[in-house]
Design a protein around this ligand. Sequence first.
Ligand code: AMP
Length: 380
Amino acid sequence: MSLQPRIIPPGATLGVLGGGQLGRMFAIAARRLGYRIHVFCPETDAPAAPVADRVFVAPFKDLGAVREFARSVDVVTFEFENVPSATSDACAEVVPVRPAGRVLHITQQRLREKGFLQDHGFPVTPFRAIRSLADLESATRDLGLPGVLKTASFGYDGKGQRTLRSANEIQEAFAGLEGTEGIYEAFVDFTQEVSVVGARTMDGRFEAFPVFENVHANHILDVTVCPARIAPSLEAAARDLSRGILEALDVVGLLTVELFVARDSRLIVNELAPRTHNSGHLTLDACVTCQFEQQVRAVCGLPLGSTELTAPAAAMANLLGDVWKAGEPRWERALANPRVKLHLYGKANPRPGRKMGHLTATAANPEDAIAAVREARSSL
Ligand code: AMP
């Protein structure tokens, strides 16, 4: 028997759980490498569907359909982590699932995720589990105010989250959990939010992209810039943290670490996502290998690609449904700057707050890259 881990070569079929824009861009990258793509998702009009070879439309809980999907592919990966454990377990009975269901299980619940990080010595803000009003009262006493109360499960883009600033808000905030489990976190006084997208193969090879600096608006990622405007020592520390976390979780595939840079220059892990990430979209236009191709390489046991930037700096601006409020945007205006690239996800219904696409630009420095994507977006 060969000691080499088995490679899943181009021509094989890759399965993706979830059919959103991350699945769409993964499918496009995989097809470029000569793979076939099968998507499993509950929606009939998923962004990944038009670029997939086959789409299985069924609820994640329909394990019969899940098994049929798994039997049709050579490996299963994710573009969405809030998939029931039973779904990834059913796939794992048939084919390799990368990252493994255990990684999903830990990262889809904030208490498990923060507990895992803390137990393995990674820096997190102090937190408490909230199951009763008394829990929240004692958590705010122990960890102080302000603090952030979040639902423990299924939160994203700031949904199910609020900042508590005074004891008067405790009762109402607890009621907002509507009986679900919560987590109360000590407030982090941060100067920047950054993220690291790391990839790891079955035999432990690791590559991280340069650190991304992220600016949010209304809890949703607004603009990402790379390189992050942080000290080189922090850049190295953030990439080391990413490697340590992927190793501790034994990730095969991609995992994104979202971090705060605290005012005292400490790095604090906010969240993990066991997949590609919105902040990594600029890699499509500004890195030797994009995050989606890296996911293909990692889950197929191929050598990882270079994560180097191909320009001195790059920025990405999200296009939310709000951009459509005065009708179809004038795309030619954004593209008037020849360094600006447009990516649209093929979603029909531009609801406010819904991620419809993004713009990227490369430039000589981070400030010019940010200015270019912001100007392009406001010209729409
Ligand atoms: P999350 O849903 O955990 O990614 O949080 C969404 C956003 O809320 C983050 O990107 C931060 O801007 C803010 N936030 C979350 N947790 C904290 C915290 N403990 N302290 C300060 N700000 C936070």
